[in-house]
Design a protein around this ligand. Structure first.
Ligand code: TYD
Ligand code: MG
Length: 469
């Protein structure tokens, strides 16, 4: 076949060459062997050596290989509902669904490998039939993973570690083990020999994921994929894959905080409103029993609460973030503004409205405004939290620590509805807050939500000040 181009690739660093080398001239470690570059072209020679029937079947969908299943079948099959004391299982929609493909995304270093290693151990320990779990890493050596497992006191001998980046090789090696679950760390490091380009490029990532999806569906083995989020925020790998996989989880965490949030942004088997809260310790991740403490640790008794702190919620894409706004008003001759994390023009508007419509004499104050942990509040939905923080500092009256604020402020001081009200209220409810101030127009709707939350509808800023102070 004239379309088949022959190239040579290094089995260590994946560099490609137009000629054969004894040792890879790039990394000096791997050996260079012949590689084929025609898309999804079966090479009969190689097919023979890797047992064609066993491996090739996963690479393309066979007609009739996936049988339709009833919803009940799928739900019945859910297993391991006790992962991390429910924290992780809940986000997954109640447990691990056999044959599901789950993508776990997050910034490098946030703890994805740690989480998946612990999930593997959990599943391996809970496997009564003795089926193992296979953790495949293309990023770390087996020794590195074993070291980490040791540090986390993982002792199960039902967990197999394998270091490889070749999808076909992975399928071939794990098939005889008939694992209970397969983990691939990460999707950016694996490749299919038939697909052009090195691991991590768009077509490799997409084709590998498709092959893994077919593998999961055909074998009924759940597969977890780890995907790195790139710096630009545009998730080169994971974003591209969201429509292929069944479940997409994102792991988030502040750089200097030990808390990690696990959020589901897509779930074919459950709700995406679930949030898992975990804490990174020296021995891996632990479920946080009472997530509300996470934001309230420093001021959890009435006497500790400082004036000038208010809680709001912002939504970015499909995700809601609970934020803490801090304000400090200091009486002075000049009326300076030192604003961090809020648009200056927005802050000016809120201050002007507080002066004019709520009667606060802020004009003789220097005002410091800050959004905790460097998040930038870019939505009008945060207006009310900003106004509440400023009012609290100005009035020298702390806000109760169970109250949150959602709403936009108009020039007349009126509170306005914002998009995704329900999502925001759910987000604060999940974190344990008990009261939420919302625009009057949203009150009725919010009261129909099935959550434990006192909804305080307010018409305008004055109304809000009378209600909370
Ligand atoms: P890792 O799971 O390697 O992150 P990712 O796979 O998302 O890139 O974990 C990264 C950090 O977690 C690492 O910097 C060290 C820290 N860590 C702990 O604090 N405790 C632990 O028990 C482990 C295993 C890691
Ligand atoms: Mg990792």
């Amino acid at each position: 076949n004239s379309k088949v181009k022959v190239a040579y690739g290094c089995d260590n660093c994946d560099s490609e060459f137009s000629q054969w080398w004894g040792r890879c001239p790039k990394c000096g470690v791997g050996s260079v062997s012949e590689r084929e570059h025609d898309m999804l072209k079966v090479n009969p020679k190689r097919g023979a050596e890797v047992s064609e029937a066993a491996v090739r079947t996963w690479l393309r969908q066979k007609p009739g290989s996936v049988i339709p299943k009833t919803l009940a079948d799928v739900n019945m099959g859910r297993e391991h509902s006790g992962l991390f004391g429910m924290e992780v299982s809940r986000v997954l929609g109640g447990g691990i669904v056999p044959g599901s493909l789950v993508l776990v995304g997050g910034d490098p270093g946030v703890g994805k490998s740690t989480l998946l290693l612990q999930i593997s151990a959990n599943v391996a320990e809970g496997s009564d039939s003795g089926e193992p779990v296979v953790y495949v890493s293309g990023e770390e050596s087996i020794e590195q993973i074993a070291n980490r497992a040791d540090r986390m006191h993982i002792t199960t001998d039902n967990l197999y570690l394998y270091s490889s980046t070749d999808i076909e090789d992975i399928f071939e090696k794990i098939q005889p083990l008939k694992p209970k679950a397969l983990i691939i760390d990460s999707i950016q490091t694996v490749y299919l020999r038939e697909v052009t380009g090195s691991a991590g490029n768009v077509s490799q990532v997409r084709e590998c994921t498709s092959a893994l999806l077919r593998f999961a569906k055909d074998t009924n083995i759940p597969v977890f994929l780890i995907g790195h989020v790139t710096k630009s925020g545009d998730i080169a790998g994971p974003r591209l894959l969201e429509h292929i996989v069944d479940v997409v989880l994102y792991m988030e965490g502040e750089r200097y905080s030990s808390f990690r949030l696990l959020r589901s942004v897509k779930n074919r088997f459950g709700s995406t409103d679930e949030l898992g809260v975990l804490e990174m310790s020296g021995m891996g991740l632990q479920a946080v029993a009472n997530p509300s403490e996470m934001f309230l640790t420093d001021h959890n008794t009435e006497s500790d609460i400082l004036a000038g702190l208010a809680i709001g919620v912002m939504v970015e894409g499909s995700r809601a973030f609970v934020i803490e706004v801090q304000a400090l008003c200091v009486a002075s001759k000049s009326s300076g503004r030192h604003i961090n994390g809020v648009h200056v023009s927005r802050a000016d508007l809120i201050i002007a409205v507080l002066v004019k419509q709520a009667g606060l004499k802020l004009q003789d104050n220097t005002i410091f405004l800050n959004v905790v942990s460097g998040i930038s509040l870019s939505e009008p939905a945060g207006d009310l939290a900003v106004a509440a923080a400023i009012s609290s500092s100005f009035l020298e009256c702390p806000l109760p620590n169970d109250i949150t604020f959602i709403g936009e402020i108009g020039l007349g001081g009126e509170l306005r509805m914002v998009p995704r009200m329900d999502k925001r209220v759910m987000a604060v409810a999940q974190l344990g807050y008990k009261r939420c101030v919302v625009p009057k127009s949203a009150e009725k709707l919010m009261k129909t939500l099935d959550i434990e939350m006192t909804i305080l509808g307010c018409k305008n800023l004055k109304d809000m000040i009378y209600t909370v102070f």
